[in-house]
Design a protein around this ligand. Sequence first.
Ligand code: GLN
Length: 201
Amino acid sequence: MSRPGEPRVGVLALQGDVREHVAVLEALGAAVTLVRTPAQLAVVDGLVLPGGESSVIDKLSRLFGVREPVRERIADGMPVYGTCAGLILLADRILDGLPSQLPFGGLDVDVRRNAFGSQVDSFEAELEVPALGEEPVHATFIRAPAVERAGVGVDVLASVDGRVVAVEQGALLGTAFHPEVGGELRFHRRFLDHVARVSGA
Ligand code: GLN
């Protein structure tokens, strides 16, 4: 366990844009552990689920034996930030998933995979995110999902074209886009604030 006053955060490092998240978290002064095993998960106070391919991350999480431990930590209140594939993994329900695909769950939302189209349908947008202040967020969407239904305990933080693309439920944060590729630090800072609060640092 990390010492009081020094929360340690993990990035699930099975597949996806792990390096980009590590760079942002370290730029914000966080101590970062790459998480592939239950032992590595046990030492972190919060976890980032990166973008990538949610069905592959799901499969690898079962192979590496971390799926159930991640689910237990989420149920225990561990702060999590999921981007894109990570948002899909954090959702309670996946629409248009592969037949065998399972999420970790925790966030009371229905998320549709590839809601904006396939690989060619990547785009960037300036998003109003009032919870993060006045300056808009420059958001990169890559085969992005969207939240189609959100439970009563879920706050919608941002939408694009009427589709919900950023949500928060307690210490669980999810974005359909990738702030980590555009130098946007505020979502990760918000995640680290959740970690500090929950871990009592
Ligand atoms: N479409 C991908 C999936 O289903 C997510 C894409 C991404 O993370 N950039 O997992």
